[in-house]
Ligand binder design. Sequence first.
Ligand SMILES: Cc1ncc(C[n+]2csc(CCOP(=O)(O)OP(=O)(O)O)c2C)c(N)n1
Length: 655
Amino acid sequence: MNKKAIAAVANSVRALSMDMIQKAKSGHPGLPMGCAELGAVIFGEVLKHNPKDSKWIDRDRFVLSAGHGSALLYSLLHLCGYGVSLDDIKNFRQLGSNTPGHPEYGMTDGVETTTGPLGAGFTNAVGMAIAEAMLAEKFNTKQHKIIDHYTYVLSGDGCMMEGLTSEAASLAGNLGLGKLIVFYDDNGITIEGSTKLAFTEDVKARFAAYNWQVLSGDAYDVEGILKLVAQAKKDTKRPTLISLKSVIGKGAPNLAGSHKVHGAPLGDEEVLAARKALGIPVDKSFYIFPEAKEYFKEKAKGWKKDYDSWCKTFDAWKKANPELVKEWCAFMMNGTFEDIKLPKFNVGDKIATRSASGKTLVSLCAAFPNLVGGSADLAPSNNTVVPDNGDFSKENRKGRTLHFGIREHAMGGIANGLILHGGLRSYCATFMSFADYLRPTVRLAAIMKIPTIFILTHDSIYVGEDGPTHQPVEQLESLRVIPNTQVIRPGDAQETEIAWLMALGAQDKPTCMAFTRQNITVYPKDDKQWKKNMRKGAYIVKDCKGTPDVVVVATGSEVSLAVEAAAKTKKKVRVVSMPCRELFEAQSDAYKNKLLPKGVRVIVAECGVPTGWKGYAKDKDILAVTTFGESGKYADVAAKFGFTADNLVKIIKRK
Ligand SMILES: Cc1ncc(C[n+]2csc(CCOP(=O)(O)OP(=O)(O)O)c2C)c(N)n1
């Protein structure tokens, strides 16, 4: 290793980071300066990558879980020759730039995932490492290894404190993800000051207990770091934590080691002092040492060689394995909607939508061989087990079913990571009432525009005996308010199948599906085009002759209730099933007016809070739940909250 060049890269990272933060008048210099050598070693000596093809499927992944240190990442991406120019660096944190405050997936060439919420990146990385193991098992042959890469993470104290990191690390240890290597920037400082204030546990012992290989070193011993990485790779059965002692803001003469350098520009005086101390010309902003440029120029040759060699292997693999190539295409092109054989549900069938979902999922797994996922220990209730290839485990990398354990937050993050890796689609599942435990990952999927599927069963007070803690009330609505998120609550088994097709058809947004615990009856549909129109968010299930006196809009289990109520009154009632309100609201006025004619009274029935329905109906015309449910037999609980056909008839008849 050329230690001088690494020093030049590190100090160029410091120079660029200080200046971009100073120019933006905001940002976090502490991490980029403290981890400059580590970053230089990772990007220069460790990563298998090709900045000219940043989507290369067999690249090593690097995740900056401590996303506030984005200046480090942008500096390194620029130096390596990714699509981040010096002007981009100068536009750090400005509107419309590709160098936003925290790294954003899809925004910046070379950024593997959106980070900022601490621990999220770490968790995505666990998903990426699982994806690598799955795809390697599926596609590598004795002669050709086409998937063979590592997932690296840089985490700080903040990531290590967050609960979801513990969840994800525990699962990674259980699964023996030997190609996951996490660097821990152990600088003992967070925003409020020393970690002694709130974080005194032995992180290394914790990770050892999770069945990780734990190594320690010094963040400025660049040769030592390389040796540690080599040692990490030797242990193929366990993920590795490389804990490195570092100094936050290293290179800033007066502020290094202090929490003051964590998240504010250094200020002109300190930048000047740092430049002098680091040998950066005092009058040159955004300075890059010539040795650093030269170093990466040379590196690019090596990267190209490795990349070209992989391309050759890939070509040879293609020639030798025509059948596997077909499967490869299906994986990379996201399955096929042709030849899908779905289970047959008939009008009158009594089946919970969670069961219909389970049956549909099993069928879809054949058409979507890259669809993988599982539940947070609720698979028998969420109906998420697929028969193919068994469980994914340390011993069985062929498995398609993941057991996330009771770790909802990590589950969502890992499901996102599986997709971010490329080549896989993912779903995950829990009870709707625990959606709050994974909500941040729905939000991140929505921000990243990735199509993770969240299966949320036991979707209302109809859960019954388990009581208010298990009876979701506000969750459905709270998921709908997340932008770019498709929330679908199908009304019967047939709608459930379409919901799944909508979820799999989505390419740029996550889908949350709400399914019932209780049986509901498959109803006849007056709209013969209902399969097409359900994709518009809503359609007419039961119509009346002429202009209706009232339209009842219902979702999920309340659609059958509305159909039943409509049959019990002489009023002219139209029943509209609205499984996806956001989609309906995006339709043309003509379609909306067709379903909900102007001037016609609307009643809404949904077993959840009324908040989002206020634009559709008067308060007294919304049959909803405004408290937390009750423990009891589900029919008794439903009756107590007014979810009976007779009560709905009363509302319909009321003036
Ligand atoms: C979930 C979450 N909570 C809070 C924050 C705000 N925050 C950003 S950085 C940070 C401190 C992180 O400390 P550390 O990881 O040690 O980073 P360093 O100070 O070394 O840069 C906090 C609390 C966040 N980004 N995400």
